[in-house]
Design a protein around this ligand. Structure first.
Ligand SMILES: [Cu+2]
Length: 178
């Protein structure tokens, strides 16, 4: 099994009167290759902090018989909409424990929204198109993001406190494209 390393390279405090900090996190596999789409979340180790507000809504699009994005990081309580940009219909479902659901067959004219109210990883599929696969990563922490193609993620406007940094790696099983 492949091992992954989390490199937090590290806190840069903004100058002047600001109390905000920046944190750049890099995720690498043990061969040194940079890992895209790793979800990095931060948990502040101090109580009663004013943290950046998590997003209340997010979008998981169906387009060209794919989900976009492949990995969607959200905080618990986020409502995700599932717009269909294709000329044909999809039937999206998940059997994952944090959110089991199935949307009825729908086309462009229907707006589906689901609240993700428990933490964990929700794998998405489509009953019509077997190759469709994506993940919604539901975190209890308000600060989270995924790595880009360069394997890094940059957090800004963080409070200047010690934070625990966690990472989830999601891989492309079932031969999804892109
Ligand atoms: Cu589909």
């Amino acid at each position: 099994m492949k091992r992954f390393f989390l490199i937090a390279a590290m806190v840069v405090f903004s100058g002047g009167m600001s109390n905000a900090a920046e944190l750049r996190v890099s995720v690498q596999a043990d061969g040194g290759e940079l890992v895209e789409n790793a979800v990095v979340s931060l948990k502040p180790m101090a109580p009663n902090l004013k943290m950046p507000q998590p997003q209340a809504e997010a979008i998981m699009t169906q387009e060209d018989t794919l989900f976009r994005p492949f990995v969607l990081p959200v905080t618990v309580g986020t409502v995700v909409t599932f717009p269909n940009q294709d000329e044909f219909r999809h039937q999206v479902y998940s059997f994952s424990k944090p959110k089991r659901f199935e949307l009825r067959l729908y086309g462009k004219d229907t707006t589906n929204s689901i609240e993700f109210d428990k933490p964990g990883v929700v794998a998405l599929g489509c009953n019509i198109h077997d190759n469709m696969l994506a993940y919604i990563y539901v975190s209890e922490h308000p600060v989270l993001a995924k790595t880009g193609a360069d394997g890094t993620v940059l957090f800004t406007d963080l409070p200047r406190v010690v934070m625990k940094c966690m990472c989830g790696i999601l891989t492309k099983r079932r031969g999804a494209t892109t």
